[in-house]
Design a protein around this ligand. Structure first.
Ligand code: URA
Length: 215
């Protein structure tokens, strides 16, 4: 990971050698690298188990997440928990959930390019420390910031697909609809079910399903 030589605060966080150290330093950092810091209550680092084989990346904290300092605990998060539970995945025990940005965007808008650019090194370090085997990208924001080649796409073409990225060897990425999209458009639900069944098959075929259930 490349550090910005002049950003001592961020370097201390990025230099953490364990996940617990990274999380504590980031939560306590008072980070003000982008404008989102002005409206936040908490820096939301994650929810779940940093020892898990599956990592999930969403967009950014909403109101509930900002208050509770936990990712995906609002309506979309509860729906995601239900969907994962239906295929035998416990989001607290067998997954770590993080976001592209760690501070709540106002009115729950998507993060701006410059906000995401400041925050992505934290996400990259999270991935390095967790070493997941599978990373689920929830929605267009997660996809476009993790795969920079995706500048223009339709989620209907991408959801359900697996791919790899040269910068993340050994990780299987999968794109899923963001659960908030399902709350607004119930017509997406049958496709989401098909995609999560595909995920479960992948985990089973790669010896990850038992670990996903029991870790
Ligand atoms: N939506 C997200 O993308 N992330 C959260 O943490 C909550 C809602």
């Amino acid at each position: 990971m490349q550090f910005d030589l002049f950003d001592a605060g961020a370097n201390t966080i990025l230099g953490a050698e364990s996940y617990a150290e990274f999380k504590e330093k980031l939560q306590d950092s008072g980070c003000d690298k982008c404008a989102l810091h002005a409206g936040r209550t908490n820096i939301v680092v994650d929810r779940g188990n940093p020892e898990a084989h599956i990592m999930t990346i969403g967009e950014g904290p909403g109101e509930n997440e900002d208050k509770q300092a936990l990712a995906f605990v609002g309506r979309a998060g509860k729906l995601f928990d239900k969907i994962m539970d239906a295929v035998g995945i416990d989001t607290n025990r067998t997954m770590l959930i993080a976001n592209v940005v760690k501070c709540r965007p106002p009115e729950n808008r998507s993060p701006r390019a410059e906000e995401a650019a400041e925050c992505i090194p934290y996400l990259q370090r999270q991935i390095e420390l967790v070493k997941p085997k599978v990373v689920l990208l929830l929605g267009a924001t997660a996809l476009k910031h993790m795969d920079k080649s995706k500048t223009s796409f339709q989620m209907s073409d991408e959801a359900g697909k697996f791919f790899t990225l040269p910068d993340y060897p050994g990780i299987q990425f999968m794109v899923l609809y963001h659960p908030a999209a399902l709350l607004y458009n119930a017509k997406l639900k049958p496709a989401m079910w098909e995609h999560v069944r595909r995920l479960r098959r992948y985990l089973e075929e790669n010896g990850l399903y038992k670990k996903a259930r029991a870790s």
